[in-house]
Ligand binder design. Structure first.
Ligand code: FAD
Length: 400
């Protein structure tokens, strides 16, 4: 039997974006009744708890993008928040290395974007690289980002969930949203009447938007990210080591990251998944989602905007550990398959695809319709940017 309830703000999704928005609403409107619902039994069980945990600095993104505007500040805000909650951050910084001369133009473009975005990044030579990270290799030059860091995503989500509850926001788990009719949201347990509804449903944000009557031509394409952990002593690498990304695709490429405890992991891949929560080979498969992927993936493959065929051809083999390690060894030549003994839990990227334009959305997308606001493309680095992104979304809601 479903009960009824009402509130000023109903947030759908207790990932980092939903929680950060609920927090910001509580800061700006402390007397408002705010409820967050999630279909799972706890916060952050999807992307927000299954990512690389890298606090990005904000230099990858086109200067006119929301990502560029929100990541530098988001990095600072998340850092300050975690310090205030005694959550560990490892200030390891990051080097971006080129594995071929033909990547140097793209490397230099990242340095220009860093300047345009007000982010501290230095171009360094091979000797400086050897000093910063002796195990990394590059062709001619590399980038050094001192403000890139790392934290444990599970500790971060727990700190934000705790903070939100202290601000009297109610977190309600095991409640999946089933339908939205005007300002009424029906979950598996309750029918809520809300003054404003905020959709932060990650992998299902497009479907929630459709339920709410938002007209759009989007579909979420799921891309699976696999990681392997190295069986090497802590401190084997000092810095995150990243490749130069392909500017036509939204993923950063396989990288070697240092965890907050000094361990090393490589990944993630960006392999198309057959369903949105298809974490293991046969888990989370749904017929309608498989059909959706099979219909839309060919549209992506024939897109003039991306190197999709190249992306798929290079990503799919990375299911095999040896191939994944080969990619990582282009950055850190000492890495060998034997070192990687543990597969870590995978994450799935909710990547928004515009069917009409055959284009993957590269920037955050926020749309409103009536009294509903939809966060439709909270792709990386939305984890880093979450607190600044929340300020942006709440300011947008205030104009409605
Ligand atoms: C492999 C990988 C690596 C990444 N690495 C980084 C990184 O290093 N740094 C970085 O900044 N970002 C990184 N990201 C991106 C980052 O994880 C995401 O941008 C961020 O977690 C998105 O948060 P979210 O709250 O929008 O989504 P989610 O965490 O997915 O939360 C959405 C929530 O909505 C809930 N939900 C869905 N449907 C319903 C429904 N019908 N009813 C109720 N609840 C529902 C889900 O249960 C879920 O809890 C990475 C992502 C992946 C996948």
């Amino acid at each position: 039997m479903t009960t009824t309830d009402s509130c000023e703000y109903l947030v759908i999704g207790a990932g980092i974006v939903g929680l950060a928005i609920a927090r910001q609403l509580a800061i700006t409107d402390p007397v408002a009744r705010i409820i967050v619902v999630d279909k799972e039994s706890a916060a952050g069980l999807h992307a927000s708890g299954r990512n690389s945990g890298v606090l990005h600095a904000g230099f990858y993104y086109a200067p006119d993008s929301l990502k560029a505007q929100l990541t530098r500040n988001g990095n600072r805000m998340l850092r300050e928040f975690l310090e205030s909650k005694d959550v560990s951050i490892r200030e390891c910084g990051k080097v971006v290395v080129a594995s071929h001369e033909n990547q140097l133009d793209a490397l230099d473009e990242l340095a220009r974007r860093a300047t345009a975005n007000g982010v501290d990044v230095q171009t360094i030579d091979s000797q400086e690289l050897a000093y910063l990270e002796p195990r990394a290799q590059t062709v001619d030059r590399a980038l050094w980002s001192p403000t890139t860091a790392v934290a444990d995503p599970v500790a971060v989500i727990s700190a934000i969930a705790g903070d939100v509850e202290q601000r009297n926001v109610q977190l309600r788990f095991n409640e999946a949203v089933l339908s939205i009719e005007s300002n009424e949201v029906t979950t598996t347990r309750t029918t809520y009447t809300a003054t404003h509804i905020i959709n932060c449903a990650g992998l299902y944000a497009d479907r929630i938007a459709t339920m709410a009557g938002l007209e759009h031509s989007y579909v979420m394409l799921p891309f699976k990210g696999l990681y392997w952990k190295a069986n090497v002593p802590a401190g084997y690498l000092q810095r995150h080591v990243y490749p130069v990304p392909d500017p036509k695709n939204p993923f950063l490429g396989v990288h070697a990251t240092v965890t907050v405890n000094g361990e090393i992991k490589i990944g993630p891949t960006a392999i198309p998944a057959l369903s949105r929560e298809n974490y293991q080979t046969l888990s989370g498969l749904h017929r309608d989602e498989i059909a959706e992927v099979l219909i839309n993936l060919p549209k992506f493959l024939t897109s003039p905007h991306h190197d999709a065929k190249e992306l798929i051809a290079s990503e799919v083999p990375k299911y095999i550990k040896r191939k994944l390690v080969e990619q990582a060894a282009l950055l850190v030549p000492d890495l060998t398959p034997k070192m990687f003994t543990h597969k870590l839990q995978p994450g799935i990227r909710a990547q928004l695809f515009d069917k009409a334009n055959k284009r993957l959305e590269m920037d955050f997308v926020v749309k409103s319709e009536g009294q509903t606001t939809h966060v439709l493309n909270a792709v990386s680095p939305a984890w880093t940017s979450s607190l600044a992104f929340a300020e942006h979304v709440v300011a947008h809601i205030a104009t409605r």
